[in-house]
Design a protein around this ligand. Structure first.
Ligand code: CDP
Ligand code: MG
Length: 159
């Protein structure tokens, strides 16, 4: 039941200087940050990360957005963490994301609006969608020695 997931604070989140606020939301629920770094990825890396989207019409805008500046990448560990983090992050389109979610609280635009301007939906955060996606993404972004095993107070009080 203890899973791992990959989370990125995308360039829009970093440039809006809400990295700390976003990380705080993850820390508050008790999931553990087991790896974290800042990376500025290139077009080839984007095609690996977003391989399922490369042929889609919105991909050029997505690649431009994810490579326009550095991202903060992290691996989070916890019980059902993939599902929990997707819930905290909210729906892909900010205009559909519920209030209280990161995308619902920090943005409001629709894919229709962004895509008609040939832009990607700026929704601040990426989070793995499935166990399979999480495993592949963690392998792409982190070396095994960049992931750490340690105890937090949640290991005592919430697990
Ligand atoms: O990020 P998430 O898994 O929620 O959504 P996705 O369907 O895997 O799409 C990846 C990213 O592509 C989204 O987070 C958006 O930034 C972008 N996107 C877009 O710009 N326009 C769309 N019509 C769909 C997705
Ligand atoms: Mg996705």
């Amino acid at each position: 039941m203890i899973e791992r997931t990959l989370v990125l604070i995308k360039p829009d989140g970093v440039q809006r200087k809400v990295t700390g606020e976003i990380i705080t939301r993850f820390e508050k629920v008790g999931v553990k940050i087991i790896g974290m770094k800042m990376m500025w990825i290139d077009n080839d890396f984007s095609k690996k990360h977003y391989k399922e989207h490369v042929e889609k019409p919105f991909y050029p805008g997505l690649e431009a957005m994810i490579t326009e500046g550095p991202v903060v990448a992290m691996v989070l560990e916890g019980v059902h963490v993939i599902e929990i983090i997707r819930k905290i992050v909210g729906a892909t389109e900010p205009h559909k994301a519920a209030p209280g979610t990161i995308r619902g609280d920090y943005a409001h635009v629709s894919a229709e609006y962004a895509n008609t301007k040939n832009m990607s939906v700026k929704n601040l955060v990426h989070a793995s969608g499935t166990k399979q996606e999480a495993e592949a993404e963690i392998e792409l972004w982190f070396k095994p020695e960049e992931l750490h095993s340690y105890k937090t107070v949640h290991d005592v009080h919430t697990l």
